[in-house]
Design a protein. Structure first.
Length: 355
């Protein structure tokens, strides 16, 4: 038996090493996982209460249309529910969107070098052609991406901030880019880390001007719900209807819906997440500077750091109980920003290994 050619060439997505796995392998008790860009704060107390209150209903299927969650997101962003699609993480939406627009080998998908690893994965899984624009200063080169558009282009992915580089395009740059993309060519603006920017929400206002714009966001990062898997997209009602046709009937589970609604109401948790992240950024940057390590200034909840031998450092950090993430960028490790204590653990380990 053989799978499709496009699947044979695929390698599965590699997540950060689970804490339990490292604990088993090295019999460690103190482990800091700084590998998956999760929220280190733990669950919001209000979300926890909402989840506990909802548990008596999990014998029922969830609302497949996510009516209440869509209503909460619509209110927050001042859009209509018809513009919202929910996914099992925003990751699922990236895949569903690709399935809506891409179907054959001649279909081209444009994304940047060093962009989120899921873009090449979904492109290849669909048997389509990836068109990779060379990165500029580790970030997206939007002019180069524009120059690669052909009649075969079916979809463009832009991550802002980008993972794993943490680089950020300004609103002006993204807006000018959207202005130049041919009408009707879908652009995914993946804003998984948007909340950490703590800035005005310009992108959502662009939806009325660009019917080809699809914004994706997630509850996995600043809202602290990575384990529940819930993300959303905002786009024209027409595109949302297309996405709705390809999704599984109950793709967002009941607990995730309840938790996401509670998370949207918990402004204090969100503010605390943003503060812990910016404080942690300063703490880590001070360490990288003192160790003379090159790093890419980041606008998200992680930092890409350059090492002479990244894999040796990765393995040495594991022995010290610190899990970071090797990335597709040769010579770099991506380090998620943790709590003060987790960052201190990493800093002590790096000092031990490098000094
Ligand atoms: C740029 C980017 N987009 C999307 C995702 C997917 O996040 P989730 O599926 O947890 O919503 C991630 C996760 O790390 C990411 O870094």
């Amino acid at each position: 038996m053989n799978a499709c050619e496009s699947i044979l060439g695929l390698s599965p997505y590699q997540g950060g090493k689970p804490i339990e796995e490292l604990a088993r392998e090295l019999c460690l008790t103190k482990i800091s996982k700084l590998a998956s860009n999760e929220n280190p704060l733990g669950i919001s107390i209000k979300v926890k209460k909402a989840i506990n209150d909802s548990l008596s209903s999990i014998n029922r299927y969830p609302d497949g249309n996510c009516f209440e969650l869509k209503k909460a997101i619509a209110t927050k962003h001042n859009v209509t529910s018809e513009m919202i699609s929910l996914g099992n993480g925003s990751n699922e939406l990236l895949e569903l969107i690709a399935r809506v627009f891409v179907s054959k080998q001649t279909d081209e998908v444009i994304f940047s070098q060093y962009a989120f690893v899921v873009y090449p994965l979904v492109t290849q899984a669909l048997g389509a052609t990836a068109v990779v624009s060379p990165a500029k200063n580790f970030g997206h080169d939007l002019d180069s991406m524009l120059s690669m558009i052909t009649t075969y282009t079916k979809l463009i992915f832009v991550a802002n901030p980008n993972n794993p580089t943490g680089t950020l395009l300004t609103d002006k740059e993204v807006y000018n880019f959207l202005k130049q993309v041919p009408e009707g060519l879908p652009v995914v603006l993946d804003q998984a880390y948007f909340e950490y920017l703590n800035i005005d929400d310009s992108a959502i206002q662009w939806l009325s001007e660009f019917s080809n714009l699809i914004i994706t966001r997630t509850f996995s990062k600043a809202y602290g719900l990575a384990g529940l898997r819930v993300g959303y997209s905002l786009c024209s009602p027409l595109v949302a209807d297309f996405i709705n046709r390809v999704r599984e009937p109950f793709n967002v589970n009941f607990t995730a819906q309840v938790a996401a609604i509670a998370a949207l109401k918990d402004d204090d948790y969100l503010s605390e997440s943003i503060k812990v992240n910016s404080d942690g950024y300063e703490q880590l940057v001070e360490c990288f500077k003192s160790l003379h390590l090159n790093f890419i200034p980041s606008h998200a909840n992680f930092i890409a750091v350059e090492f002479d031998d990244a894999m040796d450092i990765y393995n040495a950090l594991l022995k010290e109980g610190v899990i970071v993430r090797p990335v597709e960028m040769s010579g770099y490790l991506r380090i998620s920003i943790g709590t003060f204590e987790e960052n201190a653990h990493l800093i002590a380990a790096l000092n031990k290994i490098l000094c």
